[in-house]
Design a protein around this ligand. Structure first.
Ligand code: ADP
Ligand code: MG
Length: 263
C-alpha cells in the first residue's frame, strides 16, 4: 500500500503536543437509530486531551451522526457519551455549557449571511457566554488574526471566498474558547486551491495542542496530523490505528477497498 501525499507543503511539528492521560471524550457501547434504521452500532471510543483523531469511511457510514452525537446535535438511544466529565443525557440541564466547550465546524460554513464577519464571531460569546461586547470583539479580532483574515472583519460572508469563510467559521468556534474541536468535512465544499489554507489553519490548531476530531477524506492531512485514524463503515468502527500503520497495513477488506478508492 502507498502513503498519501502531504496535505500542506510545510513541515508539521507536533513534537511539543503532549497527549495527556486526561480523558476528553469517552463513548461506551453507544447505539443510535433513526426510526428503525440502526445508524450507529456499539460505538466505543476514548479520546484523550491533545489527541488528533481523523475519522474516515464511505458516505453514509455514520461519521457525521457520530460527531453530531458528541455535542448532542443528535441524541443517542443507548450506551454512554461523556464529554469533559459530563454525561450527555436527555435530562442534561447545561447542554449549552457542553456545546460551548466543544466547537464544531461544518462542510457548509453556516455563517449568518446578514451579519458581518466580526458580528458572526461575537454573537454567541455575547449572548451565550455573556461576554461584554468590547471584550468579545477583542477576542474575535485575535482569532481572525490567527486565521489570517483580520482585514475582512467588517465584510459580509458573501463577500469572502469559500476558504476565507471556512476560516471565519473556525475563528468563530474558537471565540467560544472550546477545549475540543469537531470538524465535519470542512474542506469538502472548497475548490482545491482553498483546501490547503483551511488545512493549514487546522494544523496550526493541532500544533497548539487542541484536541480534535476531524471527519475528512484528506488522507494527507490524516498522515501528517492525526495520531489515530478511525475507519467507519455501516455504523461501526471497523478499525483504527496510527496513520503509518493504518495506511501501510489496513487490516479489514473494507478498509483496503476504501483506501484503494481514494488514494
Ligand atoms: P456520513 O457522514 O458517514 O456520510 P451520516 O452520519 O450522515 O453518514 O448518515 C448515516 C446514515 O444515516 C445514512 O444512511 C443517512 O442516510 C442516514 N441519516 C442521516 N441523517 C438522518 C436523519 N436525520 N434521518 C434519517 N436517516 C438519516
Ligand atoms: Mg457526513
Amino acid at each position: 500500500n502507498i502513503l498519501p501525499e502531504a496535505a500542506v507543503d510545510r513541515p508539521v511539528d507536533l513534537s511539543r503536543v503532549k497527549i495527556s492521560n486526561e480523558v476528553a471524550i469517552q463513548i461506551t457501547g453507544m447505539n443510535k437509530w433513526y426510526g428503525t434504521f440502526h445508524v450507529l452500532r456499539d460505538i466505543n471510543m476514548t479520546v484523550h486531551r491533545g489527541e488528533r483523531i481523523v475519522i474516515c469511511g464511505p458516505s453514509g457510514s455514520g461519521k457525521s451522526t457520530l460527531i453530531r452525537c458528541i455535542n448532542r446535535l443528535e441524541e443517542h438511544q443507548s450506551g454512554q457519551i461523556i464529554v469533559d466529565g459530563t454525561e450527555l443525557t436527555s435530562d442534561l440541564k447545561n447542554i449549552d455549557k457542553v456545546r460551548s466547550e466543544v466547537g464544531m465546524v461544518f462542510q457548509h460554513f453556516n455563517l449568518f449571511p446578514h451579519l458581518t464577519i466580526l458580528e458572526n464571531c461575537t454573537l454567541a460569546p455575547i449572548w451565550v457566554r455573556k461576554v461584554p461586547r468590547r471584550e468579545a470583539e477583542e477576542t474575535a479580532m485575535h482569532f481572525l488574526e490567527k486565521v489570517k483574515i483580520p482585514e475582512q472583519a467588517h465584510k459580509y460572508p458573501g463577500q469572502l471566498s469559500g476558504g476565507q469563510q471556512q476560516r471565519v467559521a473556525i475563528a468563530r468556534s474558537l471565540c467560544m474558547k472550546p477545549r475540543i474541536m469537531l470538524f465535519d468535512e470542512p474542506t469538502s465544499a472548497l475548490d482545491p486551491e482553498m483546501i490547503k489554507e483551511v488545512l493549514d489553519t487546522m494544523i496550526q490548531l493541532a500544533e497548539e495542542g487542541m484536541t480534535m476530531i476531524c471527519v475528512t477524506h484528506e488522507m494527507g492531512f490524516a498522515r501528517q496530523v492525526a495520531n489515530r485514524v478511525i475507519f467507519m463503515d455501516q455504523g461501526q468502527i471497523v478499525e483504527q490505528n496510527e496513520p503509518e500503520e493504518f495506511f501501510r497495513n489496513p487490516r479489514s477488506d473494507r478498509t483496503k477497498l476504501f483506501l484503494s478508492q481514494i488514494l
